[in-house]
Design a protein around this ligand. Sequence first.
Ligand code: IDP
Ligand code: MG
Length: 140
Amino acid sequence: MAVTRTFSIIKPDATRRNLTGAVTKKLEDAGLRVVASKRIQMTKEQAEGFYAVHKERPFFNDLVSFMISGPVVVQVLEGEDAVKANRDVMGATNPADAAEGTIRKEFAESIEANSVHGSDSDENAKIEIDFFFNEDEIVG
Ligand code: IDP
Ligand code: MG
């Protein structure tokens, strides 16, 4: 296995409850290293662009509204097989289905307000990292 990168968002439900540190600790305990991080208020255009893959889904408008309802923390994470390591510690999309010890099991409020985003492939990780970060903002 190789050291790779993935992209993470700590979503507005988590920043609102002051869980940035608690979520980041879970990521670090899972062997991931935060190599870039910034707290931003996403614009509607950014959220629509980021989630464009979901634009035909019935929850798209609600999801965009939720993602701009407060600040988020966008992060680049590095580690062994980072995409999988992150998805494993995130847990299932619906917190009702999430395994014990995962971020979503512990912190998520609902299937929508589920505390974290994580890339689902190395290819999408690169696209998502490039969407929010310049290379000189990432320091391993
Ligand atoms: P993922 O975040 O686990 O990869 P996706 O299917 O990519 O899940 O969905 C993206 C995001 O859209 C989810 O994290 C969640 O915030 C929201 N979402 C997914 N499914 C639903 C749904 O059925 N109702 C409301 N929001 C949803
Ligand atoms: Mg996804």
